[in-house]
Write a protein that binds this ligand. Structure first.
Ligand code: AMP
Length: 482
């Protein structure tokens, strides 16, 4: 994450990132395994990638801008010897992308080398940084992750583990962290478990990753999730110990991982992501049917929900939009003009399917409305008789402060318009979103269970489960986000 947020960049958006993390200890060619794991987490971050390894006496690091396959090859991987390695893929909307911010970050502390890879966002990082700088800390990057390094460096506790725990007690927000030290690896999750982290085994080695798909790809066996608020420590003898620095709290994992962010072939919070997405489509079909001929997904993110919608409604599922796989995610383009052009390059109407039909279009979410506006227009240009848009999440009304990229609130379509106005804006004949209870039913809960929800759903409800200190201190007495 970039420390300049919540201030705005030139495009008016917050600078924020989503990321994927991976770590392995106790394996020959740990860096190669890490590269393969990161490759399967590429959807979590496409802007930059880095790997740090430890060869028993020394840390080695290679970081670069671009995809895993561009930055890592047999030659670069040879420079990363050792049986412990950790890595990071990073995704940011705009700016703040200099090499100095690419993770894992590394520092030589009095207690030994310390490398850290972080998925998430620390919501009091600005406040902590100000305090640290006033006491003499000199920051090398604009990443909020570096705050943790400085907190570890200045902690008065004797051991690295205690220093790390001391640091974590001062940070708030959502995080999954993988740290390497000369004593071994430490992996931990924020007290509410907002960001995901799972643990597995490959041979005698222990692996950690943001998603289970990384274990499938490297041939590792899934052991369990790192629990919310848990810190797992693994030493070079393979001894695994679990610490609970925060006591126990009610977990609130991110529900948007199920809606959009994770790969559908991952298992998250014990649930198949694909299965949940399909179920959301079924709930959507029950809640918001439409008189139509066919169901069409917006590829790829709308596909599982569209399958569910089609099965529940009994309407045929058709590929009415074909996606080019050689264009990146439209969302990450900084300017509106670039975003519009990219939507067109990425998706093309399959006229033979669409012409003359009343269609139901399914996508996972509407953020700014750019994608929906273009896709509805594309369907009409291809001769669709009616276009009914159905969205497999509730309206995204609030920004995320825990590591999922959303623009500032004023740019969220649902924060500015009611559903009819949104339907008019995207020029659809009708528009409907799954209800928040429908979403909870899809993840296997009876409903949102108000007062005690099982997930962080702040992007849909404005119910932020942690303090957001940086925002409170910016406008004393008033939270600008809700
Ligand atoms: P928009 O065009 O701004 O309405 O963005 C909506 C599209 O972006 C949806 O089709 C999603 O698949 C995708 N999307 C939603 N949320 C995110 C996110 N946090 N990061 C990247 N892509 C997203």
């Amino acid at each position: 994450m970039n420390l300049t947020h919540p201030f705005r960049d030139a495009d008016g958006d917050k600078l924020r990132e989503e990321c994927g993390v991976f770590g392995v200890i106790g394996a020959q060619e740990a860096a190669n395994i890490t590269a393969a794991g990161l490759h399967s987490l590429q959807h979590r971050g496409q802007e930059a990638v880095g790997i740090t390894s430890y060869s028993g006496s020394e840390f080695h690091s290679h970081r670069g801008l671009g995809h895993v396959a561009q930055v890592f090859n047999p030659r670069t991987l040879e420079t990363l010897p050792g049986t412990m390695a950790s890595g990071h893929v990073r995704y940011s909307t705009t700016g703040g992308s200099g090499l100095r911010n690419v993770q894992p970050l590394f520092a030589d502390l009095a207690a030994g080398g310390f490398s850290i890879a972080h998925n998430g966002n620390i919501s009091n990082a600005m406040t902590l940084k100000r305090e640290l700088v006033s006491k003499g800390s000199i920051f090398q990057s604009t990443s909020d992750t570096e705050v943790i390094i400085h907190l570890v460096a200045t902690s008065r506790y004797p051991t690295l583990l205690d220093k790390f725990i001391d640091a974590l007690r001062m940070v708030e927000g959502g995080y999954a962290l993988i740290c390497s030290t000369p004593e071994g690896m430490m992996a931990c999750r924020d007290p509410l478990g907002i960001r995901p982290l799972v643990m597995g085994r490959i041979g005698d080695a222990i692996v950690f990753a943001s998603e289970t798909v990384a274990f499938d790809v490297i041939g590792a066996e899934f052991i369990r999730a790192v629990e919310p608020g848990e810190l797992v420590q693994v030493d070079f003898k393979g001894t695994v110990s679990s610490h609970r620095p925060f006591g126990t709290t009610n977990a609130r994992p991110c529900i948007f991982e199920h809606v959009y962010f994770s790969r559908p072939d991952s298992v998250m919070d014990g649930r198949s992501v694909y299965g949940v997405r399909k179920q959301i489509g079924m709930e959507l079909a029950k809640e918001s049917p439409a008189d139509a001929d066919i169901v069409i997904p917006v590829p790829d993110s709308g596909v599982p929900a569209a399958i569910g919608y089609a099965q529940e409604s009994g309407l045929p599922f058709e590929l009415g939009i074909i996606r080019s796989h050689y264009v990146g995610r439209t969302f990450i383009q900084p300017g509106d003009a670039a975003r519009h052009a990219d939507v067109k390059r990425k998706h093309n109407a399959n006229r033979a399917i669409v012409e003359g039909k009343k269609i139901i279009l399914i996508d996972d979410s509407i953020v700014r409305g750019t994608t929906s506006l273009k896709i509805v227009e594309m369907m009409r240009d291809a001769g669709a008789a009616e276009v009914h848009m159905r969205i497999a999440s509730p309206p995204t009304e609030y920004s995320c402060f825990y590591g999922v990229d959303t623009p500032e609130r004023s740019k969220l379509l649902a924060a500015n318009m009611d559903i009819q106005a949104m339907a008019d804006f995207i020029k659809a004949d009708s528009l409907a979103f799954v209800s928040i209870d429908g979403l909870y039913r899809a993840v296997g809960e009876a409903d949102r269970n108000n007062g005690c929800p099982q997930f962080c759903d702040a992007c849909f409800t404005g119910d932020y489960p942690t303090r957001l200190t940086d925002f409170e201190t910016r406008k004393p007495g008033k939270l600008t986000i809700a």
